[in-house]
Design a protein around this ligand. Structure first.
Ligand code: HEC
Ligand code: HEC
Length: 344
């Protein structure tokens, strides 16, 4: 029965206007950082072996492949050496590391600044523009549909299981429905979930985004961060933040420089990077760095040049004032150099 309801809902999803893909999102909105949540509250996506061998299932599988090996889109939609999975850990499934299942249910979302509806697909396009330093795949392109379908599949399986509907197959949605996202009136959930998750209020699933770190006792220091970097990070990310490349394949991602995320990406903000690093790095968590060290090393990492902010129109000061009212070094002077002036 649930299947029928959701599939019907999907058919009515065509009414939303979407941003023309040529229009650059004016702001990479900072996510609300949540407090650290309990593991038992997180959604657990279904086993990949249950992805059906149907045209819809194929889109889900393609979305997974693109997410972990985004470099197959190098030169087309991607212009650096990142893969989506570098920041959204465990194929986008890891709670507290901006998991795709938490994200999918949070869109469409209103952006207060211009009151535009931001669809799920548009949010993915934002990560192509900034984190991948690329040109986003257009609305309805196979790539955008696949990445959206994969996210939906992770979210819906996790939700059904959480509500003890392990035997309910994940309904197959239209391309339009997966690109819109799960936070719309037209995205109807089984009745058992509707009380907890009314449309418009699905953006705070436990484990979404990154957990917030308290402000550090001492202001973040680039100098102290450099010491942390050299002792704890450089072995994998390189002495100059360039990462490690093996036979032309970037096995450890760059953190700054021409192959990294650009000055518009969320990760260039010191706070966002500190949250991510404290939660996830060094990879494997052989040690847990302190909160202060996370802030310091985030400051060090983000005080280096990287690809230019794509919204830059020739005037660094103007771009800084318009888009960089947050914790970052764009337009600021570090070691005698103005960051953003020599961007790639
Ligand atoms: C053992 C190797 C290793 C160490 C040590 C390590 N990292 Fe990483 N780091 C990785 C890998 C691998 C990824 C990509 C994760 C993935 O794809 O699943 C990553 C991803 C990242 C990212 C995501 C952003 C991007 O540009 O891809 C940041 C930021 C980061 N690391 C910072 C750090 C910092 C800071 C330290 C030291 C405190 C550190 N890492 C230590 C291996 C490591
Ligand atoms: C360099 C790190 C990085 C890479 C690479 C990256 N992202 Fe992101 N992504 C982020 C950060 C950080 C955020 C949170 C936004 C913020 O706070 O600015 C985010 C947010 C998102 C969101 C919204 C999350 C939410 O809960 O609202 C989605 C969806 C997303 N990314 C998808 C992708 C996809 C798809 C790719 C690959 C095409 C990708 N990202 C590559 C860092 C990255």
């Amino acid at each position: 029965m649930n299947k029928t309801i959701i599939t019907l809902a999907a058919a009515t999803l065509f009414s939303h206007s979407v941003l023309a893909t040529t229009e650059l999102p004016d702001k990479q909105a900072e996510l609300p950082a949540h407090p650290k949540t309990e593991k038992s509250d997180h959604l657990v996506p279904r086993d990949f072996s249950t992805i059906p061998n149907t045209p819809f299932g194929d889109k889900v599988k393609q979305g997974y492949s693109l997410f972990v090996n985004t470099q197959t889109l190098q030169g087309k939609y991607v212009n650096n050496q990142q893969n989506c999975v570098n920041c959204h850990m465990q194929a986008g499934m890891k709670a507290d590391s901006a998991p795709l299942w938490g994200a999918f249910m949070a869109y469409p979302a209103y952006r207060s600044k211009n009151d535009k509806v931001n669809t799920y697909a548009e949010r993915i396009q934002g990560c192509f523009t900034y984190s991948m330093n690329g040109t986003p795949p257009p609305q309805d392109s196979p790539e955008l549909v696949a990445l959206s379908a994969y996210s939906y599949w992770l979210a819906m399986g996790g939700l059904l299981d959480k509500y003890n509907m392990q035997n309910t197959p994940i309904p197959e949605l239209s391309d339009a429905a997966v690109q819109l996202g799960g936070n719309d009136e037209s995205f109807i959930l089984p009745i058992e979930m509707m009380k907890d998750l009314p449309a418009g209020k699905r953006g705070s699933l436990a484990g979404r985004s990154f957990p917030k770190l308290d402000k550090p006792e001492q202001a973040p220091s680039i100098e102290r961060g450099e010491i942390v970097y050299n002792t704890t990070c450089a072995s994998c990310h390189g002495a100059n933040g360039e990462g490690i490349r093996d036979h032309g394949v970037q096995s450890f991602p760059p953190l700054w420089g021409k192959d990294s995320f650009n000055w518009g990406a969320g990760m260039h903000r010191v706070n966002t990077a500190a949250f991510f690093i404290y939660e996830n790095m060094p990879l494997g968590k052989s040690i847990q760095i302190t909160k202060q060290e996370a802030w310091d090393v985030a400051a060090f990492m983000n005080s280096h040049e990287r690809p230019q902010d794509p919204r830059f129109k020739g005037d660094l000061k103007a771009n800084q004032e318009k888009y960089h009212n947050h914790q970052g070094y764009y337009g600021k002077t570090v070691n005698g150099k103005v960051l953003g002036e020599h961007s790639y």
